[in-house]
Design a protein around this ligand. Sequence first.
Ligand SMILES: [Zn+2]
Length: 213
Amino acid sequence: MVEVLKGVHVIDLSEEGGLPLECYLLNCDEGVVLIDTGMLPSAIERIEAELRAMGKKWDDIKVCLITHRHGDHIRNLARVKELSGAEVMAHEGDVGEIEKATGVEVKGLKHGERLPYCGGIEVVHVPGHSEGNCCYYLPERRLMIAGDTLFADEEGALSPPPERYCLDVEQARREIKRLLDYDFDVLLVTHGRNTMRDAREKVRELCEKIGVA
Ligand SMILES: [Zn+2]
């Protein structure tokens, strides 16, 4: 079990030869929240193992939040829905594509919307990587779950998402500065090493370095 902050579980979904990949389970008083689903059957097994370690079951997952529409984040969504019955939500900009790709009904979220879990989970829309790409911000944990808004290397050095994965790379780079409107110490990225302290300052330095501050 990997609990990086109280009630915040990181699940490593990486497979040999592939990009680092992870998803998250939030153990909230209101129920369990899953963020992204991974893409392979092995991811389902790992999510299940983490749930078991938490003393939880699939149907304890009340909501599945999706950061964006790319396959490595949503390919298991139909299976997750079947196992958990959870309500699925994503930013409205990606809802159509996610529904088309998975056959699962998805509730659309707007920038700034606050979901009533874990003391409030705020939707931070950061378009560019995809139209509806978003982060989820937990002010009580001082935590930003960035999805693919930022990538990190093995040492945790941050970078914008690679151009080949972006709908509009210039927009994806420019919009990173939106994160500076929030106060956070910890930054979880789907691909690469997570930042466990002073994360906002690291994002600010990146914005300066790439000339979008
Ligand atoms: Zn992506």
